[in-house]
Design a binder for this molecule. Structure first.
Ligand code: ATP
Ligand code: SF4
Ligand code: MG
Length: 375
């Protein structure tokens, strides 16, 4: 079956203004041009630059750091891919690149192929803005962690959903009244009781869980094929979180919705995803079927994450295991394996170059040739 979304070698870099390189650090300087930036490594960090050095040891803007590096994954129609990783690993940047809402200073490379309905795949990074605007909502929709920031506080929620419906109505034949009716149907789809009355409420009159339902209603109102859900339950308490996860599963079933479900919480991802992608410091470190990731994790980072998830077997008398250390900052990502400083399995070679992804079983990939030697 054709893929719905096929992300290939996605790299996203942001400029860093006025970075100072300490002269005492080993500094390799290969001067590039604006058209062909070259890579500069200093200390343990890897930075790309497109400017000239003004004086030795001092690098002036613009430098860039990579928030996402060579990321590849795909989603089939109706499939749910869970994207997990610690804060700052590049999950939101990936989702914003797909829906093309990154700030203008972001430098993006790679391909994001999306197959809309029966049409052939288009590269979302290259289609005109007008086409992209149409795709947002009708082909790909997104929901965020904190619905209050995405909803207009001075507009009735029914009007906000109706507005989204009108914005994507190609025929231009739908009246405001019909859009309002469809908004109420969408609220019904997300199990908001008494939707006719609730549609007249303002966001502040609704609970957090109800607001997230309104966001989901807005997202699905135009029947997108792909829903990107970026930490959709993180701001909610556990009971409401469970209800929203259940709702997403129902909508998936009902509308054949595919999802990119983003969370830092593996336990949450395990409830919704078919496959799981694990990111660390901008790189994909493991990808596979949920069953494989949870039963035979092949990357030391994924193993560490799993040990930190409480289960029924967890001894409550002992503190949960954690991964020692912290994620390196974007300016200090090591040239080798990004997990090297925290890894119990590291060998000297780990520090030299980014390890390749190894297929450890059919469809199960991990970026650790030490734990998974190439056969
Ligand atoms: N507009 C921007 N300019 C510069 N750096 C950015 C920008 N947006 C994101 N970043 C950086 O990119 C990295 C990845 O950020 P991202 O928001 O994707 O992380 P995340 O995995 O979604 O984390 P969280 O779980 O906290 O949401 C971070 O280091 C972040 O500071
Ligand atoms: S490549 Fe080396 S440092 Fe990285 S996860 Fe594997 S063993 Fe650890
Ligand atoms: Mg995020």
């Amino acid at each position: 079956m054709a893929l719905l979304l096929d992300v290939r070698h996605l790299t996203v870099e942001f400029p860093v203004q006025n970075q100072m390189a300490r002269p005492s650090l080993p500094l390799e300087t290969r001067v590039g041009t604006a058209d062909s930036p070259v890579e500069v490594r200093r200390g343990t960090g890897t930075l790309d630059r497109s400017s000239q050095l003004e004086e030795p040891g001092r690098i002036t803007s613009p430098l860039t750091v990579a928030a996402v590096k060579g990321l590849s994954f795909s989603i089939a129609p109706g499939e749910v891919l869970g994207l997990v990783g610690e804060s700052g690993s590049g999950k939101s940047v990936t989702s914003l690149a797909i829906i093309r809402l990154l700030p203008p200073q972001a430098r993006i490379a790679g391909e994001i192929l999306f197959t809309n309905g029966n049409r052939s795949a288009c590269n979302l990074l290259q289609i005109p803005e007008e086409e992209m605007r149409h795709l947002r909502g009708s082909g790909i929709a997104m929901i965020f962690q904190e619905p209050m920031t995405a909803l207009n506080p001075v507009m009735r929620v029914g009007d906000q959903i109706a507005e989204a419906i009108l914005a994507h109505d190609n025929s231009k034949e739908i009246s405001n009244r019909e859009a309002w009716q469809r908004a109420i149907e969408a609220m019904n789809d997300v199990a908001i009781s008494d939707p006719e009355r609730r549609a007249r409420d303002y966001p502040h009159q609704l609970s957090g869980g109800m607001r997230q339902r309104v966001m989901i209603a807005t997202a699905i109102a135009n029947r997108p094929q792909l829903l990107i859900a970026d930490e959709p339950t993180t701001a909610l308490d556990v009971t409401i979180q469970a209800q929203i996860l259940e709702l997403l599963a129902e909508l998936r079933e009902k509308f054949g919705l595919a999802m990119l479900f983003i969370s830092h919480d593996l336990a949450v991802v395990s409830q919704v995803a078919d496959r799981v992608a694990v990111m660390y410091a901008g790189s994909l470190v493991e990808l596979g079927a949920k069953h494989d990731i949870f039963n035979s994790p092949a990357h030391p980072y994924t193993r560490g994450l799993l040990k930190a998830v409480p289960t029924l077997k967890t001894n409550r008398a002992r503190p949960l295991e954690t991964i020692e250390g912290t994620v390196p900052s974007l300016q200090a990502i090591p040239p080798g394996c990004p997990f090297e400083t925290r890894c119990d399995f590291r060998v000297p070679e780990c520090a030299t170059a980014l390890p390749p992804l190894v297929e450890v079983a059919p469809g199960h990939w991990a970026r650790c040739p030490v734990v998974n030697p190439l056969k």
